[in-house]
Design a protein around this ligand. Structure first.
Ligand code: PEP
Length: 259
């Protein structure tokens, strides 16, 4: 049975937007969404840096902006001597709904292993939030014909052993490393091929219902020009947007692309 999967367009602000800039950006988005709305069947999440979360939360809640609050990362422990870290519990208390886990910048620049990503997913789910679990191959892996095996293994490492109902509620993001922040977007065909492969892997792991309801985003240099074709691909259920999410007009255009 086919399941309608709401499209999720997420703006990953990375280490941009102090709380003054964050307030300006969210107010600009609020005005655009008030004027043009968020298309039916689409959801939006905003992922500011930790220091701007409270500001964005207050603006979103007081102005009823139709976006969910997201975070870019969290620690897997509940609390303790982990200087500089933020726990899933702290995010949940701010009404964060989505937390990115295993972004390739965390994996490559901060040495996050698959085991660490898995523990983060545990913490995020344990606090009632939805992880956006990022997977994706490097250019070398793609050139060596290892992209599919690598992505399959990342999916398995993050999801194996979980209840099918839990898996069915997650969001995965296929983000080829060679496309992130490079201006080189994967074609809609390439994105579809890898997102379909991820869905197939989820099916093997958790059964047909979970594979039909799990949402799979594409991320990597998405622009207003590329978003429509990507979103029209059968197995692409949303977009994880970095650079273009820092410009309210461009991000709103991506949210509406092809709708
Ligand atoms: C990202 O941050 O996940 C991302 C895909 O960035 P960009 O859109 O800038 O490539």
């Amino acid at each position: 049975m086919a399941v309608a999967r709401p499209v999720l367009v997420s703006g990953n602000w990375k280490m941009h937007a102090n709380h003054f800039e964050a307030l300006k950006l969210v107010q600009e988005l609020a005005a655009l969404f008030r004027a043009g709305g968020v298309p039916e069947g689409r959801e939006v999440s905003l992922h500011p840096p930790f220091t701007s979360l409270r500001t964005v939360q207050t603006a979103v809640e007081s102005d009823h902006v139709p976006v969910a609050l997201g975070a870019q990362n969290c620690h897997y422990e509940e609390r303790g001597a982990f200087t500089g870290e933020v726990s899933a519990d702290m995010l949940a208390k701010l009404n964060v709904a989505y937390v990115i886990a295993g972004h390739s910048e965390r994996r490559t620049l901060f040495g996050e292993s698959d085991a660490v990503v898995r523990r983060k997913v545990d913490a995020i789910v344990g606090h009632g939030m939805c992880p956006i679990v990022c997977v994706g191959e490097s250019l070398e892996q793609r050139r060596a014909g290892q992209a599919a095996d690598h992505v399959r293994r990342q999916v398995l490492d993050a999801l194996s052993g979980r209840a099918p109902e839990t898996i069915g509620r997650l969001v995965l993001a296929y983000e080829p490393i060679w496309a992130i922040g490079t201006g080189e977007t994967a074609s809609a065909e390439d994105a579809e091929e890898m997102c379909a492969l991820i869905r197939e892997e989820v099916g093997k792991l958790a059964g047909p219902e979970a594979s039909q309801s799990v949402r799979i985003q594409y991320g990597g240099s998405v622009t207003p020009e590329s978003a429509g074709a990507l979103l029209s691909a059968e197995n692409v259920d949303g977009l994880l947007v970095g650079g273009a999410s820092l410009d309210a007009e461009r991000f709103a255009a991506i949210v509406r692309a092809g709708a």
